[in-house]
Design a protein around this ligand. Sequence first.
Ligand code: PBG
Length: 327
Amino acid sequence: MDLDLFARPRRNRKNPAIRALVRETSLRPDQLVMPCFVREGKGISEPILSMPGIARHTIDRLVEEARTWHSLGLQGIAPFPVTSESQKDATASLADQDDNLFHTAVRAVKDAVPGLQIFTDVALDPYTDHGHDGLLSPDGRILNDETVEVLCRMAVAQARAGADFVAPSDMMDGRVGAIRAALDAEGFQDTGILAYSAKYASAFYGPFRDALSSAPKAGDKKTYQMDPANRREARREAQLDEAEGADILMVKPALAYLDILSDLRQITDLPLCAYHVSGEYAMLQAAARNGWLDYDRTLLESLVSIRRAGADFVLTYGAADAAKLLG
Ligand code: PBG
């Protein structure tokens, strides 16, 4: 029998009901996490020009937003602090202070919306005057093990403030195991680790660095973030993070790295997430604002594609928009 003569795949697409029944990938608000920015002050939501629709919120405003996001069905946020230049220094002294802006914000959101999971970023770049994620040697190298010590203190401070998961995004070697040991030693066995396992040295982080004024003053992040040309290396990073005790693994950015997500889906049974980053969001907004793309539809198509490639959940600046669209 010549199968081609009989094959009619369109039968399974002929109306919305059958399309729903055979749909392979779901996209729900509870699979989305909202990254967000917190700044000093009161009553202010300051728009970020390169990320239309996204703002730097003061703590009171962030708490209100968090309530709204939770009521839309989002189950998590990933907050980042905007630190004034005068508070940044070479060693990121502010990073592990219990009463800094960031930890105060985490405590306030946790108090107000306890069910919302808080994923806190562990990396030095919001606090360093040079903009790097780690400590710098006098000759401009990133010091791995010295940085890991600061990251451990930072992760413990975040756990103390109420973080549900700490999320090391710095790409130092050995940080997941060291952070796990530090959390356990302080009694934070229930605080998880979401490891940015395959984080690439990407130009798609541009708008995020505008939002935090955190672009490196000199050099780039290529000695710690991964080379976009590498695929096998992502498997190795993921295997190391899993062995060191990570609870969830991440691929970042998302759309240009769907092959990486799909690879990691094959080799780990841990939950996987992807970060649909600032530049990916900005592209959709920019095209939509020019009338060139339909934002709602391209957003949902992007997110379902990231899910299809293997992500259990997605960090996206479009989380609240998508949750509204999904109803
Ligand atoms: C910092 C960090 C960055 C992002 C998340 N955490 C920027 C960077 O590595 O330079 C980028 C997120 C985005 O672009 O949305 N460690």
